[in-house]
Design a binder for this molecule. Structure first.
Ligand SMILES: Nc1ncnc2c1ncn2[C@@H]1O[C@H](COP(=O)(O)OP(=O)(O)OP(=O)(O)O)[C@@H](O)[C@H]1O
Length: 258
């Protein structure tokens, strides 16, 4: 599904990625964790073909980057990045925003086929927003907008969904609703790669975790093997204690001397 080998990325004197190896198999759902600036978004931008490594190889969905048209690859990958919402036209109705995902357009300049419109309604129904289909996108809450983007992503039947901090700025209720919608999608034939700063967002359907620090992977593998006190201490340089409740982790922070 995704195989990164020996990825490095340099900008001037800075080594932003330092030998990242990561293998994600079909059907696995991964969370990528690490402090600000450790290189998470850089990895996502490489997997989506917007950035190229200084050295190392990237294989995604059976294709080696450098030997494949990345525009074709992007049609097979749903990518929800922080900048995507800003690119949407706020006055467009919600269903149209969703429908545009079928063609990877940002908006339509011609009549939308009935079949595409119907599919947009179905995807909206799946994320629980069918009733808002005719409203302008601008009238939706932040959480609803994020779920609209999820529905939009599903229009292209992606084999891989990549999300960069999709719950940033959402209140607890909106966050849980978003994660519930994502959980529903996780049962379809696809893999999810999800970047977050919040360990409690690692809901039960996530199977694996990759933990980064300063451009390197501290650990990667099954979530219970990676989310240990020692490994988290190493990545965050804080006295942390991990607890589990209903297969969902949360963090206790010990006395901090910064
Ligand atoms: N094109 C670039 N030129 C120079 N520096 C860059 C470039 N792209 C990223 N960086 C730097 O690389 C580091 C990693 O950035 P990246 O956005 O991948 O981190 P991140 O882990 O996603 O951080 P955050 O959690 O804050 O979003 C940062 O220090 C950033 O300033």
């Amino acid at each position: 599904m995704i195989h990164l080998q020996g990825l490095t990325f340099r900008r001037g004197e800075r080594e932003i990625l330092r030998g990242v190896d990561l293998k994600i198999n079909p059907g696995e759902h991964w969370t990528l964790l690490g402090r600000n600036g450790c290189g998470k978004s850089t990895i996502l931008e490489m997997i989506t073909g917007y950035l190229f490594p200084t050295s190392g190889t990237i294989d995604v969905l059976g294709n080696r980057y450098g030997q494949v048209d990345v525009r074709e690859m992007r049609k097979r990958i749903g990518y929800i990045s922080p900048s995507l919402i800003e690119k949407m036209t706020l006055r467009d109705p919600v269903w149209e925003i969703v429908a545009s995902g079928a063609f990877a357009y940002l908006r339509f300049y011609e009549e939308v086929e009935d079949e595409v419109r119907e599919r947009a309604y179905i995807e909206l129904e799946r994320v629980g927003l069918r009733s808002l289909a005719e409203q302008p996108f601008s009238t939706l809450s932040q959480g609803e907008r994020k779920k609209v983007l999820l529905a939009r992503t599903m229009m292209a039947s992606p084999e891989l969904i990549i999300l960069d901090e999709p719950c940033a700025g959402l209140d607890l209720y909106e966050r849980e609703k978003f994660l519930y919608a994502l959980n529903e999608l996780s049962t379809r034939k696809l893999s999810i790669l999800y970047v977050t700063h919040h360990i409690e967002e690692i809901v039960p359907f996530f199977t694996h975790v990759a933990l980064m620090a300063q451009g390197k992977l501290v650990a990667s593998g099954l979530k219970r093997d990676v989310l240990t006190t020692d490994k988290l201490d190493e990545a965050y340089d804080l006295p942390l204690d991990i607890k589990w409740r209903d297969d969902r982790p949360w963090i206790e922070v010990g006395k901090v001397n910064l």
